[in-house]
Design a protein around this ligand. Structure first.
Ligand code: ATP
Length: 291
């Protein structure tokens, strides 16, 4: 469990300020969401001890960085965006090297990770010869070395193809028990089935932290879907349209609306995690649900 208490951080070279009054992050998968520049990467860097708060404290199951930094770091797996791997090393050598930095891997652990991340075929390939998606899989695999208690992933699905994305979301879910995994992502629907909680930050401050179920409940707008003709389509508010697909002379539309259907052809739809994000971003001026 991670506990943040009055954490503040000012990023040098910018006006950006992160402020987290109080936050408790529990084991399981927490999706860290927010607009570009909201502070997701900054928060992950603080949690991963790549940066330190200017004020306040982060506790890792009771341990603090001023007293217990090496033992905290031995329990962290971190994948920042744009991670650079040693280009000249071979995959297996790099994983062994990173495992040594972490104090060593268990017997057979690296082979299992290579298998789980579909890296076996690349075990003796130099990193510089590998496609971006394969490099990303190596970066993700190394985060699991030595079975850390805390895993921080910044946009982990970047560069992965659709099959690998599905494979990785499943892998993360099946390896989340007893681990606090924080994942910064813009792909909310891909994580929907696997995540436990959502942490939404905006302008450096948490706006919502709670279960993924509650994230999509009690919202100010509903989601509607219907097939309509061109005249009805023209009357819709374009800012509220989520998706539109032409079907002959008609349009299949998914749209945000009040409790009343935008027109009689519309039927109310379940709100997805991503819909909830759009709705919450629209109502950002209203007080959030911070826990
Ligand atoms: N290397 C840097 N130097 C100076 N300012 C930076 C740097 N990196 C980020 N920033 C600024 O810090 C703020 C927070 O950025 P951060 O990367 O944490 O946001 P984010 O939520 O991860 O965004 P994104 O979704 O685009 O990745 C932004 O205002 C950004 O412009």
């Amino acid at each position: 469990m991670l506990e943040l208490h009055k954490v503040q951080w000012r990023r040098g070279g910018s006006d950006f300020r992160l402020f987290v009054p109080r936050l408790v992050l529990k084991p399981g998968i927490t999706l860290l969401v927010g607009r570009n520049g909201a502070g997701k990467s900054s928060l992950l860097q603080l949690l991963a001890t790549a940066q330190f708060p200017t004020e306040g404290e982060i506790r890792y199951d009771g341990l603090t960085v001023d007293r217990d930094l090496p033992s905290i770091r031995s329990q962290i797996g971190f994948v920042p965006t744009g991670i650079e791997l040693y280009e000249q090393m071979k995959t297996v050598k790099l994983l062994h090297y990173l495992a040594e930095l972490k104090g060593g891997a268990a017997q057979g652990e690296l082979e299992q990770l290579m298998e789980a991340f579909h890296l076996t075929a690349y075990r003796t390939s130099k990193i510089k010869t590998l496609a971006q998606g394969v490099r990303q899989r190596i970066a993700l695999a190394q985060a699991w070395i030595a079975s850390p208690a805390y895993i921080f992933l910044d946009e982990p699905l970047n560069a992965l193809d659709s099959l690998e994305r599905l494979h990785f979301t499943r892998f993360a879910a099946s390896h989340s028990r007893g681990r606090t995994i924080i994942i910064s992502t813009h792909e909310l629907n891909e994580w929907e089935a696997w995540a436990d909680r959502v942490l939404w930050v905006d302008e450096g401050k948490p706006q919502y932290h709670g279960t993924i179920r509650e994230w999509s409940e009690g919202l100010s707008l509903s989601v509607w879907s219907g097939t309509i003709d061109a005249d009805t389509y023209r009357l819709l508010d374009p800012a509220r349209i989520l998706t539109v697909r032409p079907e002959g002379d008609s349009f299949q539309v998914r749209i945000l609306g009040s409790e009343v259907p935008p027109s009689p052809q519309f039927e109310k739809q379940p709100v997805t995690t991503e819909d909830a994000y759009y709705i919450r971003c629209r109502s950002i001026t209203q007080p959030g649900n911070v826990r």
